[in-house]
Design a protein around this ligand. Structure first.
Ligand code: ATP
Length: 348
C-alpha cells in the first residue's frame, strides 16, 4: 500500500500525555504489518512541566530543532497550569517556532457512543496565535485590568484558507463566527479577510453567524454545520462544545497546521486525576495520528485507523471509563490494531 517511511518527533509531555501518545505510536507502528502501510521512526523529546522541573526549560531549543527536522510532530499533553509565570509557555512557543496558525478539530459522533443531542460531523478551524489569547494584558489603575484582542488580515486569511480547503474535501460549507455588534473593528477585519478567501472558493457555501447563535444552533441542529471557522477564543469554546456533542474529550483529535510544519495532539489536557493508572482513553491521540497521516499524504492509512476506531467504539467491551466502560488503554489499543485493515466499519 505504501512503502514510505516517516520520522516522527514525539513530545509526550505530562500527565496522561506519555500514556496516550504511546498508544498512538503502537497503532502507527502496526500499520505496516497489518495493512502493508507506511513505517515510522519516533524521536522522543522533552517539553512541558516535567521537562521544566528536570531541566529548567519547558521547551528546549533541541526539541524545537528536532520538531522542525522531522516529517511530522505528535504531542501528548502539557501541564501549562503548573508552570511558574516566568517559564516559557511551551504550546504558544511551539506554535510560534513552527509557524502554525490554525487549529483543526474534527468532531463526529460514532455509532455506539452516547451523545447528548443529534448526530454531529463538523470540523472547527480556529486561529491560534492571536485574538484575546494573544497574551497582551496589563493593569489599569488599582482595580482594573485589560486584555488586548489582536486580529490581523494575514492570520485571518491563512486560517480561512485552511477552513475552505477542509470544506472542499467535505460537505462544502463554511460558517464564519463573529460578534460583530460588540467587536466592530476586529471582527469586521476578520470577516472581510474571510470574505476575500470565500470569493476564490465559489463552490463552497459560505455564511456568517454570531458566536452565541452558533453555540445554540450547534447543540440543537448540529447537522446544519460542516466547517466552523473562528477566531481564537470563540473557536476554543465552540470546539469543546462540538467535542462534548460528539462523545467527549476522550475521542477528540486535533492538528495545528501551518505552511511548513504541523503538529497533532489530543484536545484533552493532562488529566492528572487518572494519570499513571492505564485507564486514559487513547482514542483522541490515535485519531490525531490519523489526522497526521492525512496531512503527510497517507490518507488511506488515516482512513484505516478511523475505520478501526469506529469498529472499536461500536463494541461495548472496548470503552474506557469516560465512555461508561472499564477497558484499559492497552485493551483499546490492541482492539483497534485488531480491527486495522478490515474492509468496512460499522456505520461508515
Ligand atoms: P489540564 O489542566 O492539563 O487541561 P485537566 O484535567 O484540567 O488537565 P483535561 O485533561 O482536559 O483537563 O480533562 C478534564 C477531565 O476529563 C480529566 O480530569 C479526566 O477525568 C477527563 N479526561 C480527559 N481526557 C481523558 C482521556 N483521554 N481519557 C479519559 N478521561 C479523560
Amino acid at each position: 500500500m505504501s512503502s514510505a517511511q516517516y520520522a516522527i518527533c514525539v513530545l509526550p509531555g505530562d500527565g496522561i500525555g506519555p500514556e496516550v501518545i504511546g498508544c498512538a505510536q503502537e497503532v502507527l507502528q502496526a500499520l505496516h504489518s497489518t495493512i502493508d502501510g507506511p513505517r515510522f521512526t519516533f524521536d522522543h523529546r522533552p517539553a512541558g512541566c516535567d521537562a521544566y522541573n528536570e531541566t529548567g526549560d519547558s521547551l528546549p531549543s533541541e526539541t524545537v530543532e528536532a520538531a522542525k527536522a522531522a516529517d511530522s510532530v505528535m504531542l501528548g499533553a502539557m501541564d501549562v497550569a503548573r508552570l511558574p509565570p516566568t517559564a516559557i509557555q511551551p504550546l504558544r512557543a511551539m506554535r510560534r517556532h513552527l509557524d502554525v496558525g490554525a487549529s483543526v478539530r474534527p468532531a463526529r459522533s460514532y455509532p455506539g457512543v452516547p451523545i447528548p443531542a443529534g448526530e454531529i460531523d463538523v470540523v472547527v478551524v480556529r486561529e491560534v496565535t492571536e485574538g484575546i489569547y494573544s497574551g497582551i494584558e496589563y493593569p489599569v489603575g488599582k482595580d482594573g485590568a485589560c486584555s488586548v484582542r489582536v486580529i490581523t488580515r494575514d492570520a485571518s486569511t491563512r486560517t480561512a484558507k485552511i477552513a475552505f480547503e477542509q470544506a472542499s474535501r467535505r460537505r462544502k460549507k463554511v460558517t464564519a463566527i463573529h460578534k460583530l455588534g460588540a467587536l466592530k473593528l476586529t471582527d469586521s477585519l476578520f470577516l472581510e479577510s474571510v470574505a476575500d478567501v470565500a470569493a476564490s472558493f465559489p463552490d463552497i457555501e459560505y455564511e456568517t453567524k454570531n458566536v452565541d447563535a452558533c453555540a445554540l444552533e450547534l447543540v440543537r441542529w448540529p447537522e446544519e454545520f460542516d466547517v466552523i471557522l473562528s477566531t481564537n477564543a470563540f473557536g476554543d469554546i465552540l470546539s469543546d462544545v462540538a467535542a462534548g456533542l460528539a462523545g467527549g474529550l476522550g475521542i477528540a483529535p486535533s492538528g495545528c497546521v501551518g505552511e511548513n510544519w504541523a503538529y497533532f495532539e489530543p484536545v484533552h489536557g493532562t488529566a492528572p486525576d487518572i494519570a499513571g493508572k492505564g485507564i486514559a482513553n487513547p482514542i483522541a491521540s490515535i485519531l490525531s495520528a490519523a489526522l497526521m497521516l492525512r496531512h503527510i499524504g497517507e490518507p488511506e492509512a488515516g482512513e484505516q485507523i478511523e475505520r478501526a476506531v469506529s469498529r472499536a467504539l461500536a463494541s461495548e467491551e472496548l470503552r474506557t471509563g469516560d465512555l461508561g466502560g472499564s477497558a484499559t488503554s492497552t485493551q483499546i489499543t490492541e482492539g483497534i490494531i485488531g480491527f486495522l485493515g478490515e474492509a468496512s466499519a460499522v456505520g461508515d
